[in-house]
Every structure is written in C-alpha cells, then in structure tokens.
Design a protein around this ligand. Structure first.
Ligand code: DAH
Length: 359
C-alpha cells in the first residue's frame, strides 16, 4: 500500500493550518470516524493475512505520524496565541501612578517620614510603644514619682478602672518618653532609637490640641556625651530645614529624666511674618534634651556605671508648621478636605535624603 500521497497531503494541511479550528478540520478529515485514514483501516479486515499485516503496519505508522504532527502544530499555535496576547496586553508598570486619585499625605505623616529618614541615616532605628500606657512607664520609670510636681504639669488623661479595682489607672501617654523605657528594657544597651508618635494632654487653644505628636530620641553606649547630642541635633536641624547651617543653643533646664537637662533653641529671624532659620536675632524653642538620668537607666535594667547616653524630645506638629508655613495647629486635626489638599503631599513622594527631603 502506497500512502505517500496521503502522508504529504495531511502533513502539509497540518503545517498550513492557521488556527485551532482549521487544525481540528484536518484531524477529522484524516483520523476522525469518517476520515480517510480511518476508512483505509476499515478495509484491512477484507485483506489476506500477509497483505493485512503489511498494510496495517504502514497505516499505524502513518496514523501516529499525522497525530504527532497535529499535536506539535497545536502546541505551536497556542504558544503563538499566548505571545500575541502578551504583546497586546502589555502594561508599563514603571509608569507613574495617578496620585490625585489616592488622596494626599498629611503634613504630620510627611514630617514623620522625613524625621525617620534623617535619623535612620545617623543609625537610629524606629521604636514604638502603646498610646494607652501604665503610669509606671509614663511617670515612675522616668523618675517622676507620684507626688512629683511634674505630674501636675502634664494635664494627664486618666483611664477609668472598674469599680473596686484600686490599682493606679492607665493614662493616655503624655509624652513619647515612656518608649525610651520600653526600648531599653526590650533591647538593652547599646541602643540608638527614635520614637515618633501621638501623645495626649488636656489642653486646647490656638497652639495646643488634646492630641499632638512628639518624636523621642535615645542613644545609649559606653562613651556618649553631651557633645554627641549637640552634633546630632545640629545635623538633624540642617537636614530637616534643608539649610546649610543652623545655630543650635542649649539652654539649661530641668527634666526629671535627664541630668543635666537643656532646652533646644534654633537661631532664627522673622522677616515679614516669615520664619528664616539659621540667621537673625531670635531663638526658636524646639524641644528638650539631656543626659539620661541614672535612675531611668536602672528602671530599664541598664547599669548606669557601664552605660550612659542622651535623650531628646521634639514636637512634630510644630516642626511641620514651621517647615511648611502652616499657621494654625487646630486645622491639622479637623479633617477639612480643602486644607488636606492644600497642605498635603503627593501620595507616592517618599522623602529620602538622596532625593532631597521635600523635593
Ligand atoms: N518628655 C518631654 C516633654 O514631653 C520632652 C523631653 C525632654 C524628652 C527632655 C526628652 C528629654 O527625652 O531628654 O515635655
């Protein structure tokens, strides 16, 4: 039996099929129930045994060959279909997003990111603590015992205990300083952390809101001095306000958790109601700082005979107002969309030192 013409015909047709439907037609015409190869197979039964044996073998080989060609072509067609789809559904994931649809970043969040970037560059990690705090972390561990006058100055919000429960009440933390204790207790010394976050005091006027934001800084090691503290604050001020130099003044002060203690002032001038940092005859109060009190180290399980270090606390909202010229603190927390759109930042502009903080 000579099957070369059939072979050429079907292999050619399979190769020429341009889609899966055309390929299926070729399969039916050759190998389907009414296909030509199947029809020839049906004639085998009427043949003499010798002839049947030879013809059967030839037809089996031909059938397998066509079947293989059809499968190969099918695979090639589906690869080509996938390629075409990938080309037509191509998406440039590096295109900038459409930030307006995503709302804006609040100036406080933006400034927190900026602070994190600046202090990360100086080797500070970010630490966190709860906003509902025990009075031990908020006061006692920071060397503010119950009868200490500093407790009154903090205008603390207390959380009610259940009737009959006479343990001291929890408080809404009045500063980020308790995070110092938590970080030292958890990580030990040496340690270098910042802790930005919300704090609460019962106070409300043009420059005070009952909730506001602070950033705490803490660096403990064997040979840390007040000079390191001053350098860190100066570097921070230059980086944050994006100016080549800022004169920093330490004014002697008192905090129970530091000894010695200082208030931090930046040299500035007011020109036509506009603040200029680093020049002029005025001083801007930025926060408090000092060398961590030995009692505070001890409360956090660190040996003050081996370790010492500095801490500082700055008001974040104030930093945001100064840097971005925002006049009224209360507007920060009113959720007015017009204000948020005006003072907010594009959602995908993450501050980093290399790119220019607020650029
Ligand atoms: N916790 C102080 C406050 O809220 C600020 C402060 C002052 C923090 C001196 C410090 C520090 O870490 O050393 O008023």
């Amino acid at each position: 039996m000579d099957t070369s013409a059939l072979r050429a015909k079907f292999l050619g047709a399979a190769a020429a099929a341009s889609d899966e439907a055309a390929l299926e037609e070729v399969r039916l015409a050759a190998l389907g129930k009414k296909g030509e190869i199947s029809a020839l197979m049906a004639t085998l039964g009427k043949m003499e045994p010798e002839e049947r044996k030879a013809a059967g073998a030839t037809l089996n080989i031909l059938r397998d060959e066509i079947d293989a060609a059809l499968r190969a072509k099918k695979a090639a067609l589906s690869d080509a279909a996938l390629d075409a789809r990938l080309k037509s559904e191509w998406l440039d994931v590096t295109m900038p997003a459409r930030p307006r649809r995503m709302g804006t970043i609040h100036p406080v969040s933006q400034v927190m990111e900026e602070l994190t970037a600046i202090f990360a560059d100086m080797g500070f990690a970010v630490a966190e603590g709860p906003q509902v705090e025990t009075d031990w972390y908020n006061f006692d561990a920071l060397n503010i015992p119950p009868e200490h006058p500093a407790r009154q100055e903090h205008d603390t919000f207390f959380m009610h205990r259940a009737d009959g429960d006479d343990r001291p009440p929890h408080v809404l933390r009045t500063h980020t300083s308790p995070v110092q204790i938590r970080a030292m207790t958890e990580k030990g010394a040496p340690i270098r952390v910042i802790a930005p976050g919300r704090v609460y005091r019962m106070d409300m006027d043009q420059t005070h809101t009952p909730m506001f934001h602070q950033i705490e800084g803490l660096a403990i090691d064997k040979d840390i001095s007040m000079a390191n503290l001053k350098w860190v604050i100066e570097e921070f001020a230059k980086a944050f306000f994006e100016v080549p130099s800022v004169e920093v003044r330490f004014r002697a002060s008192h905090f129970p958790f530091t000894e010695p203690s200082a208030e931090i002032d930046f040299r500035c001038s007011w020109v036509g109601g506009q603040l200029r940092l680093g020049e002029g005859d005025s001083w801007l109060e930025a926060g408090g700082c000092g060398m961590v009190h030995p009692k505070v180290l001890r409360a956090a399980g660190i040996d003050p005979d081996q370790y010492q270090g500095f801490a500082f606390g700055l008001g974040i909202d104030r930093l945001a107002m100064l840097k971005y010229g925002i006049p009224d603190l209360r507007a920060f927390f009113e959720g007015d969309l017009r204000w948020l759109r005006h003072y907010g930042f594009a959602a995908l502009d993450m501050p980093d030192l290399a790119g220019g903080l607020s650029a």
